[in-house]
Design a protein around this ligand. Sequence first.
Ligand SMILES: Cc1ncc(COP(=O)(O)O)c(C=O)c1O
Length: 473
Amino acid sequence: MALPRYRDIAEQLLAAIARGDYPPGGRLPSVRQLAAAFAVNNLTALQAYRWLEQQQRVEARERSGFYAVQPEERPRAAEPPAPPPGTWVHVDDHVANLLSLSGSNIATQLHMAECDDSLYPSEELARRLRQKLLRQPALVGAHLPNLERHALFRGLRQLADGCQMSLAADELTVTNGCTEAIQLALRSLTRPGDVVAVETPVYFGLLQTIESLGLRVLEIPCTPNEGLSLEALAFALRQGPPVRCLVVVANFQNPTGALMPDDNKRRLVEMMRRHAIPIIEDDVFGDLYFGAERPKPLKAWDRDGNVIYCASFTKSFAPALRLGWFSGGSHHRRMERLKISNSYVTSSLLQATMAECLNDGMYARQVVQLRKALKTQAHRLQAAVLAAFPLGTRVIAPQGGMLLWVECPEPVDTLQLLQQALAASISFAPGLVFSAEPRFSQHLRLSAGMPWTPQLETAIDRLGHMAKDLQRR
Ligand SMILES: Cc1ncc(COP(=O)(O)O)c(C=O)c1O
């Protein structure tokens, strides 16, 4: 059987080291140079280095690169390589700094996965909330009445049917955002110190949640084209530390925007079932597709309750309502009990109003408009970035969601770029916050949630010029 591409690259590097092309202690090509030499993306090149690291044939030196290791430092053949431990997460400070930009007076804010207010039906929602409260004032003082609960669950199950996912009515729980659903799933599956497999790059909010629960991560490469690498995951499950669960965004991943192909989704669900490792699926962007059809969630292939499905209306309908939900499969009951200790209940007024919006078609209408706006905005933003940024900048056209993942050519450092951008009143999320390890220093994530304006066009142009200046230095 042919070797996976990263192994093939690793074997060729080993041969080059053996030939003496790189003496012991000698510096190896950078990840970017290796990727260019083999015409692969950086993550595949990084995967090759990670594998060689595990074999103790190369050594990573912080901020310096990879170096060939002295042959005598290699373990004896009989000794199996030690499984790489998971990584403790320390992103809280970086993320807090980034979040603090939201309350600032930065003129062009592109650092969050958010849309402009004008794209949400805030006035119509305010009117409905007012009416609901006037008609049913008891909603502020009581639990959600059964009539409304059934209406809400009917609406949620219709959404699920629309993406070929059939959910049992007694396996639905409403939460305060998708964040609470994911937190409950992690709390129900793990103990402090456990290792959770995540994508890399990964949504920094998930890293924060993982950090707060005292968990470690095992980062599995995720590419803008296909999402999570199943090959890398299979390898990590064979060679790595025991993994308690996997958290994955198969539809329009944050930050890469990747949409996992259906066949990979099916294979992923099957692989994790075989390993008896639960999947926590985050489908918060699933309704924001640009194509003809709503992509299926992993849960659509789940036959034995191994997938915990988590979603919310934060991105697609009303960010500040903080309404999310989960269907936890065989883990549902435990998660439901944990919800009580976490936040007890979710606002009855908001749930009852959401039920109405789902059942009378308002949600569906709003999402059609939002999808149209996001598709146009994302394409304009991508074109503007490619026109303004240095030659060699890479951006994959997103197929949904509201994010653009930009890879700048060497030696652009996006933390440096951010400092300059902030001085020009422009913000974005630097690549560094999307990993627990020092990675993605040449990447940045831009929000495509802002309507296209001359001010935005000028901001992207300025950002591109700053990146060009950094590249020339
Ligand atoms: C992938 C992903 N999951 C979850 C969330 C948070 O969802 P919520 O605001 O519903 O808690 C975000 C927000 O950016 C996200 O990007």
